[in-house]
Design a protein around this ligand. Sequence first.
Ligand code: MLC
Length: 501
Amino acid sequence: MFLDTIARHSLDQADKVAIDFSGAIPVSYGALTQTVIRTGNYLQSLGVKPGDRVAVQLPKCLPFIYLHLAAIEIGAIFLPLNPAYPMAELRYFLADSAARCLFAESQKQADIELILLKLPNLELPVFISADEDWKSRVGAYASDRGTPLPSDPDQTAMMLYTSGTTSRPKGALITQGNLTANIESLHQAWGWRQDDRLLHVLPLFHVHGLVVALHGALHAGATAFLLPSFDAAAALELLSSGRFSVFMAVPTMHRRLFQLAQHRPVDLSHLRLMTSGSDRLPDDLFFGYQEVFNVTLLERYGMTETGMNLSNPLHGERRVGSVGLPLPGVSARIVDPATETPLPAGEIGELQIKGAHVFKGYWRQPEKTAEAFTDDGWLRTGDLGLREPDGYYTLKGRAKDLIITGGLNVYPPEVELALMDHPAVAACAVIGCPDAQWGEQVVAAIIPRADAAADEAEISDFCRARLAAYKVPRRVVFVDKLPANALGKIQKSKLRESLCD
Ligand code: MLC
């Protein structure tokens, strides 16, 4: 299991800094392992049992990391939740997951206690301060484990919510074996080294920041320096300092760094690996980075259900516009979306993935799990793409109507459902329009009710109370009708043509 590797580093290099969280005392591998075990014993003393969902809605902080590793270590299921979720969304995730335990910030206690009344499974709410001295909370618990749990690759380690194009968000179950397979293949592909120093600017509640970046560094026995949030100026100064060898970000972050340095180039070629993922890397940014930073970004492709699948090579051609080659242990194929028969190189179809890193299914959604896989076990990614004759893959859009903004996924039905609750909305459709900063921006087309009135600001405030800020439409357009096909299904491609510039 990947936690075993961290424990091994705590024996081989106990004093080496594992996590250097900005503003906090650096944490060595020895201290990390001890605190994780103490935290596991603390969780067990609260009553957390194997298989229990431990939800954590905290900002990026050290307690988040301890809880994450400890929950997995004691066989519980770690469930990270975006701190930006308003109460309505939080309540859905806690109810759907039937979480038994929740760690959240003290300042949310009063609001959360109100929703707890309707969450009978949530017996163990714990309110903490993100910057509290964690040692004083768990220091009294033993720093060794009597009988270590046998590691079980099929044991669910994490549950990560992903939204559906036709349903409410679903909890993707990621096993310990999935995490191990992923991290081992990334280590091989990206040549992680013990002397690597990662500058970590990503949120921790997603696969990108948690698995690819943080697990990557810890598995290697390297040092991760974490900033609490992304600040382009601070990140650029740190990257220029020569202290770091690895950096990972989403295109919106790369765009901000590029814009800062556009008129005063900075040589960052001392970094051995700078990756981009979670959204398509625009060509101008790929070339812009080469010009301004003397760096060729390495683009890779993953998803919550799988972790990483494809990557441009560490050595060899990093091809602009391409997500590269299958990672070690990953099988990929392009199939005809209608017949699901494999297509020859150069033809566009659905990308499907197989491998030990692919999740085991959605929480309590057997039919959605069945829909996600073909009969012979390939995961349907919903992404369209083609394979070049030399094996590189290029994505060509999405089969589903997913919007990606700032590297975060927004599913139109979630926003449409919220809009439909507004008394002035008779019908609506939500689309993504291209945006230079964010990749795409959320745009809503609304048919207003004849007898009610609402303006853009009111609709926006209404959504803000129900949805995390990044899902709130940046533009609301009132229309008389929505383009529909003969079956009455709204044609989003037509809407995009008429509403996007
Ligand atoms: C913030 N805002 C967003 C947004 N993030 N709007 C749209 N999309 C987003 N992603 C809103 C804020 O609410 C605010 O609105 C306004 O934009 C400006 O905020 P900001 O302070 O400038 O934004 P910031 O906090 O700096 O956030 C930008 C960001 C963040 C790029 C740092 O979005 C981010 O951390 N993205 C990374 C997401 C990620 O890790 N994805 C990985 C998924 S895993 P207002 O109106 O309130 O002012 C995955 C698998 C894989 O996909 O392959 O990796």
